[in-house]
Design a protein around this ligand. Sequence first.
Ligand code: MN
Length: 274
Amino acid sequence: MTQTNPLMNLKKRGLLQSGVLMTAGAVMGCATSSTANNAPATPFSVPNTYVPIAGSSEMFPVRRIYCIGRNYAAHAIEMGSDPTREPPFFFQKPTDAIQLVLPGKVVNHTYPSLTKNYHYEVELVAALHKGGRNIPMDKALELVYGYALGLDMTRRDLQRGMGDQKKPWEIGKSFDQSAPIGPIHKVAQTGHFGQANTQGNIWLKVNGQVKQQATLSHMIWSVAEQISKLSDAFELFPGDIIYSGTPENVGPVVKGDVIDCHIDGLPDLSIRIV
Ligand code: MN
């Protein structure tokens, strides 16, 4: 891979060079070195994935990326399902699908291979600092460390093609750079999204034209319900993040398009398809 990937997938080596990880290591003191001493010898290194925490020198380490499907009624209908009867369902993306998009930047996003129908899905992302199994609804939000704005980029033709064959969605959903994300904002700074007073706007524009527009109150399953249901299927751990689903009017982009995303209370996120 000769392609440079500045800041988009925050790799440990890059962080060391930039000094960001050293700052975090200094905060953690000897915990970092003792972890390093216990690590087995390896023939090569594998990068970890981190997302910046707004207003902090610390980074959020990503363990797993969960995504919820069809969580806005109008989007469920456009995808051919009945939003009144289907329980939430989940899929995962690999952590190195993260593409970091810093506020105020328009980050280049490579049009992926194999697809001829590449779609945007703007989504609220919840980031967990606690885990557990079978989390009750009234305890679920205690797991949330913060929130971010994200894109669940989708090779729609491949997703649909695999679905039609009753095969996994992997190739349509879980490819390189398929999870652009902005910095994580602590709950202490933003409150919990989707509550009575935080059911703000979520929208996405392509080349300045509004394509997706809804409010977080349109989510079928709240963040607390998503966490509770997810924890029935998987043991959750600190570092897990959850893409909360997208509103209706998903659609395609082509090379040269600029996507701008917004959720009230978070900085906008922008990428250019190249
Ligand atoms: Mn999605």
